[in-house]
Design a protein around this ligand. Structure first.
Ligand code: NAP
Length: 268
C-alpha cells in the first residue's frame, strides 16, 4: 500500500484526507492518505524522514509551503512562485516539488467554461495564493493586474509576472470595471460580511473566483452574483489543486466527481 499525506501545523482541519481517499478508492489504487503535524523546527527532518520511509507523496500547507520549497527540487512553475504545496518522492533522486494552487485557479475557470487567454484578470492579494494565481493566469494568456493592501508586495510580484501591473486596493476602482476575471486571493471574506472588493465595481461580464472556502458563499460571491457575474467558490480551487496533485502522484486521470463529492461533504 502506498502512503500519502498532508504536512501542516495545525492540520486537523484539513479536508484533503477525505478528498484524496475518495480519489484513490474510485480509481482502485491501493493507498492511504494521512495527516502529519510536525513542529515548525522539525520540517527538514520530516521531509527527510518521509523520503527515507518510502512515503509516496505529500501535500504541504500552512506554515510550511516556503520551508518545503527550500528542501526539494521545485519544478519551474513552483520555482517562480517560490512555494511548494505538493511533493512527489521518486524512487531515486531528490523529492520533487510542485505548486498545484496555480492549476487550482486555471482549472477552476476552465471547469466553468470561462476563457483565460486574452482576457483581463485582476488578482487581489500578493501572498502565497496571489502569487500562484498571478503566474497561472499570466501563463494562460491573461493580462494580469495585482491589487494588494501592501502595494510594495504587489509591485514586487508584478515585476516577476509577464506584463503584469500593480497597485494598492484603491487601484481596483480602475481595474475591475474593465476586467473579465477577478480572483480574491486574500483572506478577506473569512470573517462574516467582509469583502476586499466594493460591490459597486462588480458587473455581469465578470467571472469571480474566491480562494476563500470557509464560508463557501462569501460576501464577495453573493455581491458578484447579485451583479450578474459568474461566481466560482473556493471549493473549486481546493478541489483542482488536489486533483492536480493526485494526477502528478498517480499518472492517472483524477476522478473529479468522486473527489468533489467527498470534499463538499467534508466542508459541510
Ligand atoms: P498569505 O500568504 O498570508 O497572504 C494573505 C493575503 O491577504 C495578502 O495579500 C494580504 O495582504 C491579504 N490580506 C490579509 N488581511 C487583509 C485585510 N484585512 N485587508 C486586505 N488584505 C488583506 O495567505 P495565502 O496563503 O495567500 O491565503 C490567502 C487566502 O487564500 C486564505 O483565505 C486561504 O485560505 C486561501 N487559499 C485557498 C486555496 C484554495 O485552494 N481554495 C489555496 C490557497 C489559499 P498584505 O500583503 O497587505 O498583508
Amino acid at each position: 500500500m502506498d502512503v500519502y499525506g498532508i504536512v501542516g501545523n495545525p492540520v486537523g482541519h484539513s479536508v484533503s484526507p477525505p478528498m484524496q481517499s475518495a480519489g484513490f478508492a474510485d480509481r482502485e489504487i491501493d493507498a492511504t492518505y494521512v495527516t502529519f503535524e510536525p513542529a515548525e523546527a522539525e520540517i527538514e527532518r520530516a521531509i527527510d524522514g518521509a523520503a527515507a520511509l518510502g512515503i509516496a507523496g505529500l501535500n504541504v500547507t500552512i506554515p510550511f509551503k516556503q520551508d518545503v520549497f527550500e528542501l526539494v527540487d521545485p519544478d519551474p512553475l513552483a520555482a517562480r512562485i517560490g512555494a511548494v504545496n505538493t511533493v512527489a518522492f521518486p524512487d531515486d533522486g531528490p523529492p520533487q516539488g510542485y505548486n498545484t494552487d496555480a492549476a487550482g485557479v486555471t482549472r477552476s475557470f476552465d471547469h466553468h467554461d470561462v476563457a483565460i487567454d486574452g482576457r483581463e484578470a485582476v488578482v487581489v492579494g500578493a501572498g502565497g495564493a496571489g502569487r500562484a494565481a498571478a503566474f497561472a493566469l499570466a501563463d494562460a494568456g491573461a493580462d494580469v493586474h495585482i491589487a494588494n493592501r501592501t502595494v510594495e508586495r504587489a509591485e514586487s510580484l508584478a515585476s516577476e509576472v509577464d506584463g503584469a501591473t500593480a497597485g494598492g486596493l484603491d487601484s481596483l476602482a480602475d481595474a475591475v470595471p474593465s476586467a473579465d476575471l477577478l480572483v480574491n486571493a486574500t483572506s478577506v471574506g473569512m470573517e462574516e460580511d467582509t469583502t476586499p472588493v466594493p460591490a459597486e465595481l462588480l458587473h455581469e461580464k465578470l467571472a469571480v473566483l474566491d480562494a476563500v472556502y470557509t464560508p463557501r458563499e462569501t460576501r464577495l460571491l453573493r455581491e458578484a452574483d447579485a451583479a450578474g457575474a459568474t461566481t466560482i467558490q473556493g471549493l473549486w480551487m481546493l478541489l483542482f489543486q488536489g486533483v492536480e496533485a493526485f494526477e502528478i502522484w498517480t499518472d492517472a486521470d483524477a476522478p473529479i466527481e468522486a473527489m468533489h463529492d467527498a470534499l463538499r461533504e467534508a466542508l459541510n
